[in-house]
Design a protein around this ligand. Structure first.
Ligand code: NAD
Length: 285
């Protein structure tokens, strides 16, 4: 397909989307914008984008597709900016943010003007960040959530999927709220658990420095995501606060339950706790 694709935010995700679009649409022109000149320069020299632009507003007016691939708080800012710009009548705007409800709310002025904004979240990534880590195949076989509202025409959703077909992801449509609830359970909350386990080990390390030297295997597996970008995770926790507060409450209850089993030396309940978890985990597709 021909067209100008503007990607704002040339990090891991924006860079990977750019590469995936280029591999499926050789005639498209992928234009990059980033607040960091270094990321822009690197994206251009790695061939991730065809052109680098210094002004988001200027490039947005000429774009056929706009992908917002910046941290979620910045996504809200760019949506506010877009609401005041003269855009092409057929433009499709999407984002890749890990939260959806607040972002879709910010897009309401655009949607009410008839602009096609379709929230998106490719559910793949890495604890690495930056354009140097971008890969065209990052999203292959991953789920790619889309959250179109009733303002959006089905043909625009189909057109967006066409543009994104090079991701080779599986598209799933959810409401923004459903997305935030599920992402809270399987993605956002586990980051707190990983970070809290690391904090706990760090505290114990003050008593015995062998703790970090012996931390291997399982500890490294379960805490890998604690190495993720703290700025990105701060913003996600600000955005998905309500869902996460509920998850904290349920988690505390869960810990109290298993703590009681351990305190009571209740071997049967402890066994079943692990056994049921293993069965559910082994049955995951
Ligand atoms: P990243 O840090 O690799 O890249 C973000 C880029 O955005 C950087 O180059 C930064 O300079 C740029 N940027 C920041 N503010 C900007 C602004 N106002 N205008 C233009 N550029 C700006 O981050 P990432 O991992 O690519 O994450 C980007 C988005 O993707 C986030 O919204 C995140 O929630 C979402 N996401 C991340 C993952 C993941 O695992 N990393 C997975 C799915 C979705």
């Amino acid at each position: 397909m021909r067209g100008n694709i503007l990607i704002a935010g040339l990090g891991l995700i924006g860079g990977s989307i750019a590469l995936a679009i280029k591999r499926a649409h050789e005639d498209a022109t992928v234009i990059g914008y980033d607040v960091s000149n270094e990321s822009l320069r690197l994206a251009r020299s790695l061939g991730v984008i065809d052109e680098a632009v210094p002004s988001f507003a200027h490039a947005a007016r000429e774009a056929d597709v706009i992908v917002l691939a910046v941290p979620v708080v910045q996504t809200e800012q760019l949506l506010r900016e877009l609401a005041h710009l003269p855009l092409r009548s057929h433009v499709i705007i999407t984002d890749v943010g890990s939260t959806k409800e607040r972002i879709v709310e910010q897009a309401l002025p655009l949607l009410e003007k008839g602009v096609a904004f379709i929230g998106g979240h490719p559910m793949a990534g890495s604890h690495k960040s930056g354009v140097a880590a971008a890969r065209a195949h990052l999203f292959e076989n991953a789920f790619y959530i889309l959250t179109p509202t009733e303002h959006v025409k089905e043909e625009d959703v189909i057109r967006l999927k066409q543009w994104l077909k090079g991701t080779k992801a599986h598209f799933v449509t959810l409401t923004p709220r459903e997305h935030d609830r599920i992402a809270g359970v399987i993605s956002h909350f586990p980051h707190i658990i990983a970070a809290s386990l690391v904090h706990q080990a760090q505290q114990y390390e003050r008593e015995d420095e062998l703790v970090s030297r012996l931390a291997a295997g399982g500890f490294r597996d379960i805490t890998r995501i604690a190495s993720s970008n703290p700025e990105m995770w701060r913003d996600i926790f600000i955005h998905n606060k309500e869902e996460l507060l509920q998850l904290f409450d349920r988690w505390i209850e869960e810990m109290k339950k298993i703590r009681t089993y351990v305190a009571d030396g209740d071997s049967e309940r402890i066994y079943h706790y692990f056994h049921e978890a293993k069965q559910f985990r082994d049955g995951l597709p």
